[in-house]
Design a binder for this molecule. Structure first.
Ligand SMILES: [Zn+2]
Length: 167
């Protein structure tokens, strides 16, 4: 009996230490944070990348360190395709300081579907991120919808309805 108890407590200790390892990682991918410029942080890739739309509708991509600050990083390939499926706009990126800025502006509209492709280096796999660049203001936080950090972001809430209810 004694040996079983010892075994169980060993398992318990192992489980606890596994949990604390996760906690120490400090990489909370669930919590939404805005990027240093107030853009959308793409967390499906390491390092994370901030997707930000500038005033002239260009796309600015900034690689981030673990403190969510801009970091110097050179990616192998950055490509963005946006807009209508039949007449998509292709954007390529050039380095500008710590960030990458697109050569062209996003196509017209307030909600532009985009496909962002990132290849970090020659050996790494290409990561594809698809989302809608919704440039309308979020009703409940200080960000535009594409960079929204409040809870309603992905929960299927009807934003238009929320706005109407507020009036
Ligand atoms: Zn929001």
């Amino acid at each position: 009996m004694r040996s079983i108890t010892t075994f169980l407590s060993t398992v318990a200790i192992a489980a606890v230490s596994t949990l604390s390892t996760f906690a120490e990682d400090g990489h909370d991918h669930e919590k939404k944070v805005a990027g240093p410029n107030g853009g959308r942080v793409i967390t499906s890739i390491e390092p994370h990348v901030e997707f930000f739309v500038t005033k002239d509708r260009k796309v600015q991509l900034t690689f981030l360190d673990e403190n969510n600050k801009a970091k110097e990083f050179s990616a192998d390939t950055l490509k963005l395709t946006g807009g209508k499926r039949l007449a998509p706009t292709q954007l390529s990126f050039a380095k500008s300081g710590n960030a990458y800025v697109s050569d062209k502006a996003l196509p017209d509209g307030k909600a532009i579907p985009v496909v962002l492709q990132i290849k970090l280096d020659k050996k790494s796999k290409k990561v594809t991120e698809k989302f809608n660049v919704d440039l309308s203001e979020c009703p409940s936080c200080d960000h535009l919808e594409y960079a929204c950090i409040c809870a309603h972001g992905d929960d299927g809430h009807d934003h238009e309805k929320e706005k109407a209810d507020k009036k």
